[in-house]
Design a protein around this ligand. Structure first.
Ligand SMILES: [Fe+2]
Ligand SMILES: [Fe+2]
Length: 351
């Protein structure tokens, strides 16, 4: 462990003596004759041990100690006083944060003993700091791991639902991305953006509870079957609602509300306007947009112009009018995102 020791003394001869004695305890002392230069140095470099003289032009030892303390609260500081300098100065130095005193002329034995002690103290300090940093890093790592695992579980749940109802490859991934883009454009904070990004893929989790005979039925559904399909909203909510995870709770909200319509004619609760949770309103647009611009078993992809015209037409009907404006305002970004997805899908990166 290298100890960065400095001495601040305006008299060259004192510097020379200190440097020589310091060598005997294995310290390579860096000397400053000008306290103002030393003061600058201290601001930006690490120091482990400081020797400081009392009487110096420009800045006395007490001021210097205060200055050092404001940048290095723990570093050992030895103040060197001339024999006979009064008690008051020493008291002030201690108040300012001096750790030890040595008197001039320097007694080599005393210097060596005190210096060794302070080096041991400094090494212990550095070790503790290292350990604290290491622990902090470990805690951060563990937290990151837990978060990653949670995200993994979330995406597995979304995928499970998708597997049952293979609307189109990576539907839920695209809905997650678009929902986050909209959230960002609305000015929601990073936390909310992340929340919707992980909650949106869960919107159709409730389809796990719908019989395949209905879910995968080719052709039209009877009224009764359609009523059954509608229950995927409540089922999804029930699957997720008791979780401790804020992501799953947001997912529960999205599952329940993504088929509500702004005008109040949606399901399951026929909520109207802002009664519909914001995340549900955002996912409703992202989900519909994706269904329209991608290929489905029953239709070809529709051109973006047609889709944006429909979304505009549904402003205030199916969709939140403010959100429609936000969505259309970032339509270029969304189109770009879909191009990116198409490239990645054709390269087989997204499965
Ligand atoms: Fe749905
Ligand atoms: Fe969907």
């Amino acid at each position: 462990m290298k100890i960065n020791a400095i001495s601040i003394d305006d008299e060259e001869i004192n510097q020379l003596i200190l440097t020589e004695i310091a060598k005997t305890v294995g310290i390579d002392l860096m000397g400053f004759l000008d306290p103002l230069i030393a003061a600058e140095y201290i601001k930006s470099f690490p120091v482990d041990l400081v020797y400081v003289d009392y009487m110096m032009p420009g800045m006395d030892g007490i001021e210097m100690i205060r200055h050092i303390r404001s940048y290095h609260p723990d570093v050992p500081i030895i103040m060197i006083t001339t024999l006979g300098e009064d008690r008051e100065i020493k008291l002030k130095a201690i108040e300012a944060g001096a750790t030890e005193f040595l008197s001039k002329p320097i007694d080599t034995a005393e210097f060596t003993a005190r210096t060794r002690n302070l080096i041991a103290l400094r090494k212990a300090q550095l070790l503790l700091m290292d350990r604290a940093l290491l622990l902090e890093e470990k805690v951060k790592e563990a937290t990151r791991d837990i978060a990653l695992r949670e995200f993994e579980t979330l995406s597995v749940m979304g995928r499970a639902a998708e597997y049952k109802d293979p609307e189109t490859a990576n539907h839920i991934v695209r809905v997650a991305h678009v929902s986050r883009l909209v959230a960002r454009a609305m000015g929601l904070d990073d936390k909310q953006q992340e929340l919707i990004y992980h909650a949106a893929p869960l919107h159709d989790v409730g389809k796990l509870g719908i019989p395949d005979s209905i879910l995968l039925k080719p052709g039209g559904l009877t009224e009764e079957e359609f009523q059954k399909i509608k229950t995927h909203t409540g089922i999804g909510f029930n699957i997720l609602k008791d979780s401790m995870s804020e992501f799953l709770l947001a997912g529960a909200q999205v599952a329940l509300s993504h088929h509500e319509r702004y005008s109040g004619s949606g399901y399951p609760l026929s909520l109207r306007g802002e009664e519909i949770p914001l995340f549900g309103r955002i996912v409703a647009i992202a989900d519909s947009y994706d269904a329209m611009v991608t290929r489905r078993p029953y239709k070809e992809p529709w051109p973006v112009e047609k889709v944006t015209a429909i979304i505009r037409e549904e402003r205030g009907k199916q969709f939140d009018p403010g959100l429609v404006d936000v969505f259309l305002g970032i339509i270029d970004d969304i189109v770009k995102l879909y191009e990116q997805f198409r490239d990645e899908e054709s390269e087989g990166k997204l499965q």
